[in-house]
Design a protein around this ligand. Structure first.
Ligand code: B3K
Ligand code: ZN
Length: 875
């Protein structure tokens, strides 16, 4: 198996100026003809090499003349043509079988409709082509299909012609005037309903907006449409970026490997990320739809107009676009709550990745299968790196850099380096040291100590940074870390900050320090009392912070920190500490003791009526089992689960009256609305219900849960209740699951929730239940959403069950991966990560996990995707 290396990059030998494509669409036999207008790249010699995968070559012509077979060579992944003139038109005819395409990459069928997914390397499964993002061409696409079964024909750009042909066929021709790499090509042909609206841009352009869905789903498009219009407005206002065509289409399909895809003017979405109604989607799903619609739309500039030179630069478009969608959501909803959610995700997904066998820098240097690199590191850490630049340059400086980036690179395929250079040039700063964030993997660990000098009234903060050796990368260097700090006085108010050496300056109450050496001390002067420092406010850098806070300090910050993020983080920190202490007690076999100080600090937050309910809901949500286990040398999921449940029940008992009141008072009689304020009210009520639900033998709590399940008029509340009920043994849980199944058996997306809620259940035989559900008529290995809902939820979101001592969880995951390898390698490979965590387990679990990884590696016909992740995990 060959690895690809960044250092081997060479520009393409031929450029494609224009592509004409013709499709005769039939499920089992589609004929694709392409006419490539080629020009030799003057800088690069060598033959024309086209990529191809599972294609049947029918013929090749050069400038209209059939090419003799001696003039070209074909193997199973490429077609090489030698001796071409410097400019010519190459005509290639191929045959493909969309109906057989279960990988869902290239041209495939979803519910009988043709659709495509080309990023990263799917276009080579449609026709022979230089399938690399630095080859950019304009496209004209003609599709022929059966009129009755496939009345809607879509591709990128504008519809320029259409007609009806013989034998019940029709055709349409689309032209995209913007040069693009082939990974942004898309085609859809099917029987779809259309939900329409329009957008009037700041400069006066009208854009027709259309969302295409399977018939019957028209009533679930309004929210996505509204999110699209708000995204378009926001990008104009925040970044001065307008849409550039008069039509923008979204198509929702049921079978899709990821969330969505930003194809030029024809975004294709997983239906899960489009369809929503109060009866079928939860608040979190509404929020996710809003974010993904925005993300794909924002790619029109960050990704499409300016794209990546090669796939090592993936974070150039993904990190930047995630940063942009995060900012959008903060503006639409609560900024502190969004920051907290994003940090939760980063800690849950990216930190473990960066500490494990698949650790890689945001700009990787090597890969075997690029699809394995659509990771939390590229996306979420990539966004953090962009955010740090914004922190360093300020909002205006950052905007200037973005403007210059577009001025220089519109319609180009560029590198991460080009982006950083634009930031430097626009602001006249040097980001040389900062660049290390692009090439160095691993999460920096920052240790802090501090001291207060009573006599001189000064406060000194000592910072030490260290990045652990990650897989394959030694010799870590100190990074340029923007560290935002504040000092909180006894009365809970921020003290003015004056750094030693900056005496003349007006004291701000939050300051971003430039921390760029292994060890550094920062002294603040004129500090008239001993404060509690608040460090890495708003999570100004993606690091692991270790502090010498006492429990009292943490409680103090939980109640007083003016930075909402740090206030929440103090709460997480404290709860984590308590659970870890209890884990130790469990492991030592002594009696668990409950510490009520934490609950009292929570109580004072509950009593604070100025707090936003959505924020309070975050304050009251304990750190996950995974997060706490991450903090242990040797992870013990069972003990963490037990300790966390004990703490939760203790808090529930102690704050019983408060939770009842939160639950009762938050009740609203207005109709459901998915907006952030209403969602926040539901969130806090459901958090309260969750605490009440931990109390065994409390009929009142159980009544509330059952009552909420039965009467709620929206999926958020119904699902919150069902989640609690599904973890209860016996009739009450079974009854609710049965009724939910009956109510929603017609709705495939809602059935995914039904699968997932059973997979994360705490009942004793969850795995047995999951295995039974594999034969449920609504389950299918061919549908990625189903696989993730049932198998992925059990193996990735039920750690205490997955790591069961008998190893059954591991065996089940390996069996699933081996089965899926032959159906859909991308989906199979993505399921693997829980097994890669074996280094953090005890010897017995390690042995079982490694054996399963080995069993996967011994499978015949292993895909590159699964091979890469499994072999790196075991190494
Ligand atoms: N760019 C796509 C992801 C493609 C994944 C290919 N395996 C969606 C996105 O990030 O917007
Ligand atoms: Zn993206």
């Amino acid at each position: 198996v060959n690895a690809i290396h960044l250092k081997d990059y060479i520009a393409p030998s031929f450029l494609v100026n224009h592509v004409d494509l013709e499709f005769i669409l039939e499920p089992k036999k589609t004929i694709v003809t392409s006419w490539l207008k080629l020009t030799r790249n003057p800088d690069v010699g060598g033959p024309l090499v086209l990529d191809g995968d599972e294609l049947r070559l029918l013929s090749i012509k050069v400038d209209g003349k059939l090419l003799e077979t001696s003039k070209y060579a074909q193997d199973n992944s490429s077609l090489t043509v030698d001796g071409l003139p410097d400019t010519c038109v190459l005509e290639i005819k191929t045959e493909i079988d969309p109906a057989l395409n279960t990988q869902l990459e290239g041209l495939y069928l979803s519910g009988g409709n043709f659709c495509t997914q080309c990023e990263a390397e799917g276009f080579r499964r449609i026709t022979f082509y230089p399938d690399r993002p630095d080859v950019m061409a304009t496209y004209t696409v003609t599709m022929h299909a059966d009129l009755k079964s496939h009345p809607v024909l879509l591709s990128n750009g504008n519809l320029i012609d259409q007609g009806v042909g013989k034998n019940g066929k029709h055709w349409a021709r689309w032209h995209d005037p913007f040069p693009k790499p082939c990974y942004l090509f898309a085609l859809v042909a099917g029987d779809l309903a259309c939900y329409e609206d329009s957008y009037h841009s700041g400069s006066g352009q009208d854009v027709a907006l259309k969302i295409f869905v399977e018939h019957g789903n028209e009533d679930k498009c309004a929210y996505a449409m509204d999110a699209l219009k708000r995204s378009m407005r926001w990008d104009e206002e925040r970044f001065g970026l307008e849409y550039d065509l008069s039509i923008f289409n979204i198509v929702a399909v049921s079978d899709f490997n990821m969330g969505a895809m930003e194809n030029k003017s024809l975004n294709i979405f997983n239906s899960k990320c489009v369809l929503a109604s109060s009866d079928t989607a939860t608040d979190l799903e509404f929020e996710r739809i809003e974010a993904i619609v925005a993300h794909e739309y924002f790619h029109n500039w960050t990704g499409n107009r300016v794209t990546c030179r090669d796939w090592f630069q993936l974070s150039l478009k993904e990190g930047l676009t995630v940063y942009r969608d995060q900012e959008f959501t903060s503006d639409m909803r609560s900024a502190p709550v969004k920051r907290i959610q994003d940090v939760r995700t980063l800690r849950a997904r990216q930190f473990p990745e960066d500490a494990g066998p698949l650790s890689h820098p945001i700009r990787p240097e090597t890969y075997i299968e690029i699809n394995n690199f659509y990771t939390a590191t590229i996306y979420e850490k990539g966004a953090e790196v962009i955010r740090m630049m914004q922190e360093i340059l300020g909002r205006d400086g950052f905007r200037k850099g973005v403007d210059l980036y577009f001025e220089r690179h519109d319609n180009q395929a560029v590198t991460c380096e080009d982006f950083v250079v634009a930031m430097e040039d626009a602001n006249d700063v040097d980001l040389k040291h900062f660049r290390l964030w692009y090439s160095q993997a691993g999460t920096p660990e920052v240790d802090t100590t501090w001291s207060y000098d009573e006599v001189n009234k000064s406060f000194t903060l000592n910072l030490t940074q260290y990045t652990p050796v990650a897989h394959g990368q030694e010799g870590k260097r100190p990074l340029h870390i923007p560290m935002t700090v504040g000092l909180v006085g006894r009365d809970g108010k921020d003290l003015p900050l004056i750094l030693e050496g900056e005496e003349g300056k007006q004291g701000e109450t939050s300051k971003t320090l430039r921390f760029d050496q292994e060890q550094q001390s920062f002294t603040f002067i004129s500090v008239d009392q001993c404060p509690v420092p608040s460090i890495n406010r708003n999570f100004s850098s993606p690091i692991k912070l270790s502090t010498t806070y006492s429990d009292d300090d943490l409680r103090f910050l939980m109640e007083n920190d003016s930075d909402a993020f740090s206030r929440w983080d103090a709460s997480q920190n404290y709860a984590t500490r308590l659970v870890l202490r209890m884990v130790k007690t469990i492991q030592e076999g002594t009696e668990l003791e409950y510490d009520s100080n934490y609950a009292q600090a929570l109580a004072r937050n509950i009593a604070d009526e100025t707090l936003d309910p959505a924020f309070l809901a975050q304050m009251l949500s304990l750190p996950s089992i995974d997060y706490v286990a991450e903090q242990m040398q040797v992870a013990d999921f069972a003990a963490v689960d037990q300790a966390r449940t004990f703490l939760k029940a203790g808090i529930a008992r102690e704050l019983y009256e408060q939770f009842l009141e939160l639950y009762m008072c938050g009740k609203e009689n207005t109709a459901y609305s998915p907006d952030a304020v209403s969602a926040g009210k539901r969130a806090i009520r459901n958090v309260a219900l969750g605490f009440l639900g931990t109390l065994k033998n409390d009929p009142k709590g159980l009544d509330l849960i059952v009552g909420q399940y039965e009467v709620s008029d929206n999926m958020t509340d119904r699902m919150a209740a069902l989640t609690l009920l599904a973890s209860m043994e016996g009739e009450v849980g079974e009854k609710a699951l049965k009724s939910f199944e009956q109510r929603y058996s017609h709705d495939t997306l809602v059935m995914d929730k039904w699968f997932a809620v059973q997979a994360i259940s705490k009942i004793p035989d969850t795995l047995g239940q999951v295995k039974n559900l594999l034969t449920h008529p609504a389950f299918s290995y061919k549908n990625p959403n189903k696989v993730r809902a049932l198998i992925g939820s059990f193996t990735g979101a039920n750690p205490a069950k997955f790591h069961a001592d008998n190893g059954e969880g591991y065996r089940f995951l390996a069996d699933s991966i081996i089965h899926l390898n032959g159906i859909n390698p991308q989906v199979a490979s993505r399921l693997l990560s829980p097994l890669g965590g074996w280094r953090r387990m005890d010897g017995n679990h390690q042995k079982m996990m490694k054996a399963e990884l080995q069993r996967i590696l011994d499978t015949e016909n292993l895909s590159k995707d699964v091979f890469e992740v499994a072999s790196k995990s075991l190494a």
